[in-house]
Structures are given as C-alpha cells and as structure tokens.
Design a protein around this ligand. Structure first.
Ligand code: ATP
Ligand code: MG
Length: 272
C-alpha cells in the first residue's frame, strides 16, 4: 500500500503543483496543448509519455525555465509569473531538480556541483558549505572521496547520485527528477530506486519524476500521469493506468516488458 499523500483540513490531498490549461509553443510547434495536472504533497508522481512527447518541456515549464503561451502554473499555491523577484527566489529554493542526463558542470568537482545552488541562494562560509556538501554526498550513498572527483571520473551510477545530491542541496520540498535511472543497468537502477524510496521516507519531499523505467513506476510511484498529444491523457494509481483503454497506454503498460514488471497488478486490474 503506497503512503497516502498529506491531506488538507477538508480531507482532500494537498495540491503542491497545479497546472491549468497550459500551452507551450517552441519553434512554432505546440508542444503542450491545454494541459491540466496536479501533484499532491508527499507523493511520488511518475510522468510517462513517448520520447519527444514533452515530458522535459513540462518539467522545465513548471519551474519557470520555459515560457508559456497560455495557462497558469501554481506551485505551493503561488503563481510564479505574478511574483516579484524576491518571492520568486524564495519559491525557487523550495524545489530541486535533477536534469535529464545528470547535467553536472564538467569543470566543477562533485562537491562544487552540489554547492552551486547553495552559493546561489545561501550566504554561508566555505567551511559550512563543505560540511553541508559532505552531508549530501553521504546521504546519496557516495563515498567521501567522490567529493573531489570531476564528472568525467564518475561511473553512470555515481553521476546520478551526485546529480541527486545537487537536487537535494537546499533540502527541497519538491524534487523534480528527469529520467533519473536511464542509462543505468538494472542493478544500478534498482539501487537508485531504493535510495529514492529511503530518502523520500526520511525527508518527506514530493517527487515529480519523469521515467520510462517500468520497474521504477511499479516500485517507487504512488501515482502515474501519462502525457500524449500535448496533454495528460490519464492520471491515477497504477491500477487506474493499467485499465485505461487508451491504445498507447495499453501498448506501454501491457507489452511483454510491462508484464514482467507489473504481472501481479495486471492480473489484479483485469480481475477488478
Ligand atoms: N528549446 C526547445 N526549442 C524548440 N523545440 C524544443 C525545445 N525543447 C524541446 N523541444 C521540442 O519539444 C518536443 C518535446 O521535447 P521533450 O524534450 O520535452 O521530450 P521528452 O518527452 O522529454 O522526450 P524524451 O523521453 O526523449 O526525453 C520535441 O519535439 C522537442 O524537439
Ligand atoms: Mg526528456
């Protein structure tokens, strides 16, 4: 039984991200087309969709890195576009992001990479910054000697952990992860999933995770949202998604690979 998202006083899950009627156009092409979605406090939401469907664009639009043509995005009830710069910065500190492909700065060590958001937002001594970075390194299961390594000296799994440590740099309430296990072997991916579950349990953040990894969707996510044709075509628990009549979702979640990851859920969903 997945953990229940935190509830507001009226018993409904508390919405921490609310996207309404979002239209994003890039290079004269509509990528997101009147998209609506919600993310609840404390949940791990998995966002799926075909390659090129706009998952990374949606992630970047939510955190204000891409312009939108229409619609509103509220994070913690605040509309980013309407906030004065000081309030924007305060909001930005409440989330962390792990970009697709890790995206560490190649000229900085792991420790320095983790300190980038700290230096941007906090006014701390070098000594304290080092202490905090070492804590994050330990938190994500890297050995202390990883601190002085450059990204080119890291394995794929270590890169993902370092990128996660940077995303957690400011103790965020929401963590955006864009395909955090892609490129890892199944053992590495499984270890990353376990790490994420453990950190989520301890730190209680909300996770917005783009992933193609069926095992991650199965073992980590409380809810799944599916993006196609620029909009969210289905959102809900795994059982809801498994029973969707949408052809793409059926192909994705009921193909041979999905059967391996979701075997029991599939049987249950068909039975219900
Ligand atoms: N900065 C940009 N300028 C113009 N077009 C862009 C830009 N960023 C993304 N796109 C286009 O938007 C579409 C969605 O891209 P996006 O990267 O969000 O896909 P995705 O769902 O994350 O795919 P993948 O699973 O391969 O990562 C693609 O057609 C892409 O070419
Ligand atoms: Mg992407």
């Amino acid at each position: 039984m997945p953990p229940q998202p935190n509830r507001s006083p009226n018993g409904d899950p508390e919405v921490v991200i609310r996207v309404r009627d979002l239209v994003v156009e890039l290079g004269n092409k509509i990528i997101l087309d009147h998209l609506n979605m919600e993310v609840y406090r404390g949940e791990i939401l998995g966002l799926v969709g075909a390659s090129g469907s706009g998952k990374s664009v949606l992630t970047r639009a939510i955190i204000g890195l891409l312009p939108k043509r229409l619609g509103t995005i509220e994070v913690f009830g605040e509309n980013f576009d309407e906030l004065p710069p000081v309030a924007r910065r305060a909001l930005e500190q409440r989330w962390g992001i792990m970009f697709q492909h890790g995206a560490l700065f190649s000229s900085l060590t792991v420790k320095q990479n983790i300190q980038v958001p700290m230096r941007e937002f906090l006014d701390l001594s070098d000594e304290l910054l080092d202490e905090l970075a070492m804590l994050k390194i330990e938190m994500v299961g890297l050995s202390p000697d990883a601190a002085e390594k450059y990204p080119s000296e890291l394995s794929g799994g270590m890169t993902k952990r370092a990128a996660l440590a940077r995303a957690l740099s400011l103790d965020p309430e929401i963590v955006f992860l864009d395909e955090p296990t892609s490129g890892l072997d199944p053992i590495g991916a499984g270890e990353f999933d376990e790490l994420l579950i453990a950190l989520h349990e301890t730190l209680k953040f909300t996770v917005f995770m783009v992933t193609h990894d069926l095992d991650s969707l199965h073992t980590v996510c409380d809810r799944i949202a599916a993006l196609a044709a620029g909009t969210i075509i289905a959102a809900g628990t795994i059982e809801t998604i498994l029973t969707s009549p949408d052809p793409w979702l059926r192909a994705y979640f009921q193909g041979p690979r999905a059967r391996a990851a979701f075997g029991l859920d599939l049987a249950k969903a068909k039975h219900d």
